[in-house]
Design a protein around this ligand. Sequence first.
Ligand SMILES: [Zn+2]
Length: 286
Amino acid sequence: MSRTHLARLSAAALLLTGCWIASTQTQAPPPKLTTSKVKEDLYMIVGGGGNVAVYVTNEGVILVDDKYDQNHDDIVTQVKTVTDRPIKYILSTHYHADHSGGNAKFLPTAEIISTANARANIVNHTQSNAPAGVAGARVTFTDESAVFLGGKEVRARYFGRGHTNGDAIIYFPALRTIHTGDMMAGTTPLIDYPGGGSVVEWTKTLDAAMKLDFDTVIPGHGAVTDKAGLLAYRNNVEKLRTRASGLIHEGKSQEDVGKVMTAEFGWVPDSLQMQWSVPGMMKELK
Ligand SMILES: [Zn+2]
């Protein structure tokens, strides 16, 4: 195994075990969050679950995602380091508890907006390892929604399946920036087949999102990148799909496909990628 593969493997291991541990051992103290500036009036909060975007307007704050339930108080503290305006809206990228887990605590004071499918997946407890009590959005959309606040605009678009069947891409047109949710997260895709994900649709969905006018990308997990970074991620999804499809058509077993995903794409044994993505690919790509 090359050093690149090892580095990828350990990065993926950190990401996935981090999510797993945080969602199954809620008694552990939540990790300290940190805030950094992305562009004018746009910040990102990292630590704990998925990346949270913070868009400051003079009438209030718009968040993208709200991490786990246990991160709520620190998210509020972090937002206060950049503005004293209240959090008014949360645009939710998808139903996973590391992105929507804070919904229940924010709902009394903020409006949460997600795709209809993301809400349905929360209501139906689709995520097998989610902690209890994750709340769905009060407002949903199927193709497109937008929030206008303090003279600023944020759009939420559903371009199709990929990570799940309800991933919203959040677009800040004035800043030429998008938040991808987990349609880009870490180094390789987690395809949540139980939640309606698809490795076949994933690249088509990203191709549609790439038509937006943007130069900056906040991924669901990992560092801020640019359009070329998102394109490289998309091309790696295609490479992974082509490899898996070839193996499946050669008649390789699920276990063998999993081993190649580990060796060549850094998928960690016993991870959610192995549990959710490999069995799903065996069916979708056969
Ligand atoms: Zn996710």
